[in-house]
Design a binder for this molecule. Structure first.
Ligand SMILES: Nc1nc2c(ncn2[C@@H]2O[C@H](COP(=O)(O)OP(=O)(O)OP(=O)(O)O)[C@@H](O)[C@H]2O)c(=O)[nH]1
Ligand SMILES: [Mg+2]
Length: 306
């Protein structure tokens, strides 16, 4: 097998400061098949990429997610490596990231940025946000990965064909990871080096806005994978509110004041909370049965294709 069967996918938006070097680095590692999916950059990104020998496609919509989805539909190669165009991923790590996919040990390899990162590569807010999101992901999906938001990944064809991506922005990394867990793909994390952004390139990520969007995507998508987590949180909130109001009612009662409407509210909140848990349990049953059926269907499909 030659590296022609590996497509290096680089999403870019105004990355003229780094894209040329990134492409040269991947080429010097032996990868010439490079696809740059560009979000209508207003600088010289596309011209530089084309001059360095990459195939350049302009995305039809907006956002990194839309770009990746469009690129996955275009790619015909058996293997894909996705990396950022801002020079924060090291091209020489490509062998570590791609290796397990080529060896058939994984369908999806994720380059963990949190083991070895340059000073300044993450702001304090980004680092805390990443850690919270990784823990939340573990709780919701039962798979404890160390860096679910990494942009450095490798996939085989089976993986990219199985993804059903709907999000258009920076939720794409979480969505790809969730899809991989849902579709029972073999996921491996490998350590990679993460560098700080080039001083002339600006980040496209807004930590608070995108962080909240990512958190909400992980939470909402958990409804169909771990409903107990989804409904449990809502139920827990109802019960906490019920207990707070209830405590107030009891305190007032000790002082000789009886608060009938608040007592009713307490009961309603607590009953509604418990009902959410019951919803969660029932949905869990439905989802588990569905998962079994999907596994069986995938197995039949794989056997048919063999
Ligand atoms: N095609 C396309 N690429 C995008 C878009 N937004 C960001 N990118 C690219 O996606 C990669 C990751 O975006 P960054 O802004 O670096 O986000 P990040 O790596 O999470 O954040 P930093 O840590 O600040 O670098 C970069 O190569 C961007 O140029 C978009 O809307 N369309
Ligand atoms: Mg970046």
């Amino acid at each position: 097998m030659t590296n022609e069967n590996v497509c290096i996918l680089l999403p870019t938006l105004n990355e003229e400061a780094t894209i040329g070097q990134v492409i040269r680095d991947f080429r010097s590692e032996g990868f010439d098949n490079i696809l740059v999916i560009d979000g209508n950059s207003k600088d010289g990104t596309r011209e530089i990429a084309a001059a360095e020998g990459a195939r350049v496609v302009i995305q039809t919509g907006k956002g990194k997610g839309q770009a990746i989805k469009q690129a996955f539909d275009l790619i015909v190669e058996d293997y894909v490596v996705m990396a950022d165009g801002d020079g924060t991923n090291l091209a020489k790590d490509v062998h570590a990231v791609l290796g397990p996919v080529l060896a058939g040990e994984a369908d999806h390899v994720m380059g963990n940025r949190l083991v070895d990162y340059e000073k300044g590569a993450f702001t304090r807010l980004n680092l805390i946000g990443n850690k919270i999101i990784n823990k939340m992901f573990g709780l919701a999906y039962g798979v404890w990965l160390e860096d679910i938001l990494t942009g450095y990944r490798a996939f085989n064809r089976k993986a990219i064909r199985s993804f059903e991506l709907k999000k258009s922005g920076f939720e794409v990394e979480s969505e790809i990871t969730i899809e991989s867990v849902k579709k029972d793909l073999n996921i491996i994390e490998v350590p990679t080096t993460y560098l700080a952004r080039h001083s002339e390139g600006a980040t496209k990520l807004s930590p608070l806005r995108d962080g909240l969007k990512i958190g909400s995507t992980i939470y909402k998508m958990a409804r169909l994978h771990n409903p107990m987590f989804y409904f449990g949180i809502i139920g827990g909130l109802f019960i906490i509110c019920g207990l707070l109001v209830g405590t107030f009612v009891v305190m007032q009662w000790f002082q000789g004041v009886t608060r009938i409407p608040m007592t009713i509210l307490t009961t309603l909140l607590i009953i509604a909370g418990f009902q959410m848990f019951v919803f969660g349990m029932l949905s869990d049953l439905v989802v588990s049965l569905h998962r079994e059926n999907m596994r069986l269907l995938r197995k039949i499909n794989e056997e048919k294709n063999d």
